[in-house]
Design a protein around this ligand. Structure first.
Ligand code: F0G
Length: 446
């Protein structure tokens, strides 16, 4: 059989609520045209993020009951530690309540004002946590326009990295990061060869290499499909090899661990780990729970095993590609080829009449909600200001949540909006906070 099916059946359902176009118009106005400020109950398909929105499995729900809620030294922690060490090989496994908590602790200790952290592409919280320390977050993606169909478009530009180390000096670079898959860069994978090259450069200059490993399993599946040496490896073996090339990682369990909350900070550096655990105790919690309940640690441990199952990864990546192909083949410009967790519409290209400073991605996000009660997120000048490379709209697919007919509805809505794209208007910002402005900014149509 050629049809790839959802490798699960549904045992508990959550009703979706319909709204009328008039209601949505009013809700948009009330929210200052910022979709983060809508209530989730007013949304039919919520593609704002794939983070913390996964459906947990029966095994994960069962694991919650096993959660050991001891303050110190719980069995839940040791079950998680064993799973993560088997997968990553890292010596120190530090739980945190989510990815950005791990980032904050890592950068608070390693970054001084003026330091520079290169990455293939920093995500918003990563960049903000580095900048908050007075350090500089530098993106070094390989140069590629949104339309080129490279197999590993998430790769880090090796020559640019060498030039950066040369000009800034290795001592000013506390660590190099690689984000797998490259979220801000279109959900595109990074090849094992690229990780190995960065490893070699990092070792040569004595700089630690960290993975921002949120979507490590999706990246491993792309390596299996696209890097011929690994075609007979299991996703787990590939993931193990990816981690073996790094000195540590930050991880948001809200993505590739199917958890609704949770994160990890891992390292092989004993001295750093002690400092990290001290800071963790100060702000997150004791090092065997890190701001989480024991049951959350168990849900993560089970999720980390499930996410590497080939049936799941095959369905996951095929489902995202199905959405991408069905809109791109009808003329909607997307970041090609389709990524792992999301499809990114190139709103700058779709709406050439809306200039960057009037936020074409935001305009498209608002219109998709107005038209079909779909929530997506702008990844462009609203989110990244001057650092934005493209004006994108991200349609992130929560894991194991929506069925193929939901995706078909989405395709239909996007194609209808595309028909009347010439009528869409730009936006201007009415108010914005200093950091991470996309979460709270308000807008008005121009
Ligand atoms: N790194 C990357 C690449 C991410 O995509 C995210 C979160 C984080 C770090 C932070 O993790 O949310 O657990 O604190 N990305 C979500 C998104 C929010 O929608 O892409 P967190």
């Amino acid at each position: 059989m050629k049809t790839i099916i959802e490798p699960f059946r549904i045992k508990s359902v959550e009703p979706l609520r319909r709204t009328t176009p008039e209601e949505r118009e009013r809700l948009l106005e009330q929210a200052g045209y910022n979709l983060f400020l809508l209530r989730a109950r007013d949304i039919l398909l919520d593609l704002l993020t794939d983070s913390g929105t996964s459906a947990m499995s029966t095994e994960q729900w069962a694991a919650l009951m096993r959660g050991d809620e001891s303050y110190a030294g719980s069995d839940s922690f040791y079950r998680l530690k064993e799973t993560v060490q088997d997968l990553t090989g890292f010596r120190h496994i530090i739980p945190a309540h989510q990815g950005r908590a791990a980032e904050r602790i890592l950068f608070a200790i390693t970054c001084h004002p003026g330091a520079i952290v290169p990455n293939n592409s920093h995500f918003d919280t990563t960049r903000a946590n580095i900048e908050y320390r007075g350090a500089k977050a530098v993106d070094l993606p390989i140069a590629a326009d949104t339309q080129s169909r490279l197999p590993f478009k998430g790769n880090l530009d090796i020559e640019a990295l060498e030039r950066l180390i040369e000009s800034e000096g290795a001592l000013n670079i506390p660590l190099i990061m690689i984000t797998v898959t490259n979220n801000s860069g279109g959900g595109q994978p990074v090849s094992m060869a690229n990780i190995a090259q960065v490893r070699e450069i990092a070792s040569r200059h004595g700089i630690p290499l960290y993975l921002d490993a949120c979507r490590f399993a999706e990246n491993a599946w792309f390596i299996k499909q696209r890097e011929s040496e690994y075609k007979d490896w299991t996703p787990k073996q590939i993931a193990q090899k990816m981690f073996s090339l790094a000195d540590g990682c930050t991880f948001s369990a809200k993505k590739d661990a199917f958890a609704n909350i949770g994160g990890l900070l891992c390292t092989n550096d004993d001295r750093l780990a002690e400092q990290e655990k001290d800071l963790l105790t100060l702000t997150e919690g004791f090092p065997t729970y890190g701001g989480l309940a024991g049951r959350d640690l168990d849900a993560m441990a089970v999720g980390l095993e499930e996410v590497l199952q080939p049936d799941y990864l095959e369905y996951r990546i095929a489902s995202t590609a199905y959405l991408g192909r069905h809109i791109a083949d009808h003329g909607v410009p997307i970041v090609e080829p389709p990524g792992g967790h999301a499809i990114y519409i190139d709103a700058g290209r779709m709406l050439p009449h809306i200039p960057r400073h009037q936020f074409p991605g935001q305009s498209l996000a608002v219109e998709l909600y107005r038209h079909a009660s779909i929530r997506s997120v702008e990844i462009g000048s609203v989110m990244f200001g001057e650092n934005a490379r493209h004006e994108l709209l991200r349609l992130a697919i929560p894991r194991r949540v929506y069925t193929q007919s939901h995706i078909d509805y989405l395709v239909e809505a996007i194609l209808e909006v595309n028909e009347r794209r010439d009528g869409l208007r730009g936006f201007e910002i009415v108010s914005e906070p200093k950091y991470l402005r996309h979460f709270k900014a308000t807008f008005r149509p121009v």
